[in-house]
Write a protein that binds this ligand. Structure first.
Ligand SMILES: Nc1ncnc2c1ncn2[C@@H]1O[C@H](COP(=O)(O)OP(=O)(O)OP(=O)(O)O)[C@@H](O)[C@H]1O
Ligand SMILES: [Mg+2]
Length: 270
């Protein structure tokens, strides 16, 4: 990553400000530091002698308390952008400040500690440990935490109750339904009380009723102050967010298209 670029106003660049109009006044009074501040982010994957340019000049700010849906066709770069936001990958160019911290200055250990402290990640394919109970899966990110074990365990149990799995704490993932596994993954992402919850197609494998219950949980979590960025192909899912951003060919599309222009849900998954 390069050093922070010049200010948006000076360059006149397209800076997507993911802040709902009705909340601008209020949030400005609460904080003037965006949770996410990306400037001119680019990403190129290099494999052997092949370079694939995936993200181009992404400039985006996300404010504390936002709930953002990231949509766009398959291959448009949504997961890549989400991974960079969650410090699971690094940009090839541009600058990224998370909670005011320039992430390019962090070494691997500092980046992982910062990621653990600030973000929670919900993946489409859950990534639960198969031989561990729901409770132990939720407790996993707390391994290196300073919080005493007893307190962490109480928090994990409370989260499992909150996601409706109070009676499934000692079930292993293969004894849980898909929706229940996704709820375990959500509880796990919330264990460290992250400021930023990132979710890649969190309802992609779930039926309509289960999706709805997960989305209601997201809305409640957001109302509690957690900022959420959620990748989705589904317009109905995106409608649950406060704001929507559309990606096309590795860029943020300046206009939100009509429903009719929404990409079809592809068969291939991220
Ligand atoms: N490690 C990699 N090496 C090379 N190219 C990659 C790599 N990871 C992703 N890509 C390419 O980057 C592009 C964007 O991928 P990404 O996974 O971000 O898309 P997406 O918008 O999340 O798509 P989907 O909706 O299908 O999940 C794709 O064309 C993909 O082939
Ligand atoms: Mg994806």
């Amino acid at each position: 990553m390069t050093r922070p670029g010049p200010d948006a106003q000076q360059t006149g660049m397209q800076l997507t400000d993911a802040q709902p109009a009705d909340r601008q006044q209020k949030d400005t009074q609460l904080t003037d530091t965006p949770l996410i501040d990306m400037r001119h982010i680019g990403k190129t994957f290099v494999q052997a002698d092949m370079e694939t340019r995936v993200l181009h000049d992404i400039s985006l700010r996300v404010w504390p308390g936002d709930f953002l849906a990231l949509t766009g066709s398959s291959g448009s770069g949504k997961s890549t952008l989400l991974y960079i936001m969650g410090l699971l990958d690094q940009a090839s160019s541009g600058s990224y400040h998370l909670q005011g911290q320039d992430v390019s200055t962090l070494d691997d250990a500092a980046a992982s500690a910062f990621r653990n402290a600030v973000t929670g990640f919900v993946f489409q394919s859950f990534f639960l440990i198969p031989y561990a109970s729901a409770l132990d899966n939720v407790l996993l990110p707390g391994v290196y935490s300073q919080v005493p074990d007893r307190e962490l365990r109480a928090r994990a149990e409370e989260l499992l109750v909150r996601v409706g799995l109070g009676d499934r704490m000692h079930h292993k993932p293969n004894q849980l339904s898909g929706g229940q596994q996704q709820r375990v993954a959500l509880a796990r992402a919330l264990l460290q009380e992250p400021a930023l919850l990132l979710a890649d197609e969190p309802t992609g494998q779930l039926d309509t009723a289960t999706s709805r219950s997960i989305l209601e949980l997201f809305q409640k979590i957001n109302e509690g102050g957690t900022t959420i960025i959620m990748v989705t192909h589904s317009p109905e899912t995106a409608a649950c967010a406060r704001k929507r951003i559309v990606m096309r060919d590795g860029r943020i599309h300046p206009d939100i298209p009509d429903e009719a222009e929404q990409p079809d849900r592809p068969d291939e998954r991220s």
